[in-house]
Design a protein around this ligand. Structure first.
Ligand code: SF4
Length: 406
């Protein structure tokens, strides 16, 4: 069975290193000023270069996302930044704008081009068109079902196809939406969506503004516009059957903890599927793990849909049972302690686990000590603390804290 490339988001250098540590085959990263993501999810050319060096050491590929629809003024920036990105050793560019495609083709014809899902490729003729323009991989539109994906893969076997298998879904057609720009002046088409489709809405009749007309999804609000998150973990055998070359996780703006938690599960599942073939079963504990990260309920999205439909979530609040607690900075083998960069309020006695690529291990939070050896009852985000642990773990490993029962 062909094992597709597992592609993880890398919103910054730390997330890139996390994705590499937890099993990505490849990562995708925005480049400052050129991606379809907000600045918070972009990397400077220097960070990207450091990330590429780190990833290549582990045999992981790095794709630079330049999937904005560029105005003429953006092309100047592209001409300035592209040579640095090429020099850093990027493995491919993810693009959607034909102008940028032409620019990259002229500047760096040796670097493969991947066509972004923003280009909305939905049929085999469109795939052939982009192939003829020199594009090597197409990230198909999220709105296709798996039968359509498979048909395209069979019709155009010489082009690599990639699909999303996990992450947030948009209620608009592949992000072509002005809701955020209209409500907040922050445009989804410039990568700065504030996700107002996830907000709670109440219907008012104009003559009775104080008497909201409650809709029925729950006792307080309607979340008619809020999509559940995509999760195809239980359907990986069908996903691989389609013949796609790569499967992708959405979420460059999500935390390192999210990256780690999702990467390790899909890594384990894909490895098991390839090794076990027809005997493969999706382990219940994998889905349990995915319930522990922030999500809005899971859906298969369009994967099995005959019509273009989407599922909304009746819950506006994110569902999660754990939150990030900290990141391992180093292991002190002499004192058998982990030195940790705290990411959320941590109290001595909190229920904390260390997330390893193949394992989840409880960590005792008593005693918790500070940099000077003082015993702490609590630590805050940004503090550096020490916790006892009996064996070395890699730098960058994530700790999480239980916040409620599943
Ligand atoms: S507001 Fe919602 S539907 Fe619109 S682009 Fe943002 S996530 Fe998508």
């Amino acid at each position: 069975m062909r094992r597709p490339e597992l592609l993880l988001p890398a919103g910054n250098l730390e997330k890139l290193r996390t994705a590499v540590l937890y099993g990505a085959d490849a990562v995708y990263a925005g480049v400052a000023g050129l991606s379809l993501r907000a600045a918070s999810a972009e990397m400077s050319p220097d960070d990207l270069a450091a990330g590429i060096a780190c990833a290549h050491t582990s045999g992981v590929r790095v794709y630079a996302a330049l999937n904005t629809f560029a105005r003429d003024r953006d092309l100047e920036n592209a001409r300035r930044v592209l040579p640095c990105v090429v020099a850093a050793g990027v493995d491919a560019f993810i693009v959607s704008d034909p102008g940028l495609i032409r620019l990259i083709r002229n500047l760096a014809p040796q670097i493969p081009l991947h066509l972004s899902t923003q280009a909305n490729t939905t049929n085999a003729e469109a795939v052939r068109f982009w192939r003829d323009q020199g594009v090597e991989r197409i990230i198909l539109a999220r709105e296709l079902n798996l039968a359509e994906v498979e048909a395209i893969a069979r019709a155009v076997p010489d082009v690599e196809l990639e699909i999303f298998i996990h992450g947030a879904m948009c209620m608009a057609y592949s992000g072509r939406c002005y809701l955020s720009a209209w409500r907040n002046g922050r445009s989804a088409n410039a990568g700065d969506c504030t996700q107002p489709c996830r907000w709670e809405y109440i219907l008012h009749e104009s003559t009775r503004p104080d008497e909201p007309l409650l809709l029925t999804e729950d006792e307080r609000y309607s979340y008619l516009l809020s999509s559940k998150d995509l999760c195809l973990l239980p359907h990986l055998p069908r996903v691989l059957e389609t013949g796609v070359a790569a499967v992708k996780v959405e979420g460059r703006m999500k935390s390192s903890y999210y990256t780690a938690a999702v990467a390790r599960i899909y890594r384990q599942a894909l490895d098991a599927l390839v090794a076990e073939g027809a005997d493969y079963v999706c382990r219940p504990e994998w889905m349990e793990e995915l319930q522990k990260v922030s999500h809005r309920g899971y859906t298969t999205g369009f994967a099995f849909a005959q019509e273009k439909i989407n599922e909304t979530s009746p819950r506006i609040k994110s569902l999660q049972t754990h939150e990030p607690a900290g990141v391992v900075l180093e292991y002190h083998s002499d004192s058998r302690q982990l030195r940790i960069d705290v990411r959320n309020l941590l109290r001595a006695g909190d229920d904390v686990e260390l997330l390893l690529p193949r394992d989840v291990v409880p960590v005792d939070t008593r005693p918790m000590t500070g940099e000077q050896g003082e015993v702490l009852e609590r630590a805050h985000a940004g503090n550096r603390i020490f916790l006892a642990f009996d064996r070395p773990v890699p730098r960058g490993a994530l700790l999480r804290k239980k916040i409620l029962s599943p």
